[in-house]
Ligand binder design. Sequence first.
Ligand SMILES: [Fe+2]
Ligand SMILES: [Fe+2]
Length: 293
Amino acid sequence: MTTIELPRTAARSTQLVAASQRATHDPFAEIDWDARPLDDHAYHLPPELLPLFGTAAWESMSEDERMAYSRHETSALLGAGIWFENALMQIVLSHLLEIPVTDPMHRYLLVEVADECRHSTMFGEYIRRSGTPAYAPDRPVMIDESDGGRALSYLLVLAIEEYLDYANRLTMRDERVNDLSRQIAKLHVLEEARHVSFARSFLSEVWEQLDATAHEVVRDAAPVLVAEIVSLAVDPAVYDELGIEDGADIARANPHHRTNIVAGLSKLTTFLTDIGVIDDAHRPTWASFGLVA
Ligand SMILES: [Fe+2]
Ligand SMILES: [Fe+2]
């Protein structure tokens, strides 16, 4: 492979390499880890983002218990974040084997892997300092590369990035939230903007080049894949640890949580509708999984 097959994405990659040169963030130089203890004098996520928010279980908690619960949910979300970043690094690294080094995508994707390495060390440092168990999804990283010219892989990447970005943006602006959690969220938002830009460019350009059969493969598989990702937002281990009976079931059924999922995915689902991955025939499937309203 010697020709550049995705000219728009190649040009975008060149821009993103330059942007990365201007602003790359080192969490162990830029975040003052000792400035704030990770205690329960503040929330660690905006309360409205917590899966139990608004339920009877939530109403029965004291303010201190809610803050402690938020610390555990933040660790679980960041543990899922490490899992997500591992999955997407595996996607990118196997993709890199097929990209000629002369294609600007090659350099940009290596920059992106380096970004994710720093992010995962940052998430890990929060978890180590938070006093919670090392929460992590207990399923293998499943990546289906079989059809669709890697469109599905990058759809998975984009879903993860847009979903976390929604929570990060609300967290970094929320004055009720522990300063360290806010700094982590802000650093992640700054660098993920580039990753989202790449994934959108790649996905839309590859999509245009796929035939009708491949389009159907992607359209059928996408909602299943995104539903799996979103299900990782509720970690049953949190409720076991805190002794909240049926907590995971209550969270999954919580209308407030379900509304948050739709909102958290709205940038993704709008984009997928615009490029044609979500069409009229498949929208009911997305709705049945609770991914669109
Ligand atoms: Fe990241
Ligand atoms: Fe990323």
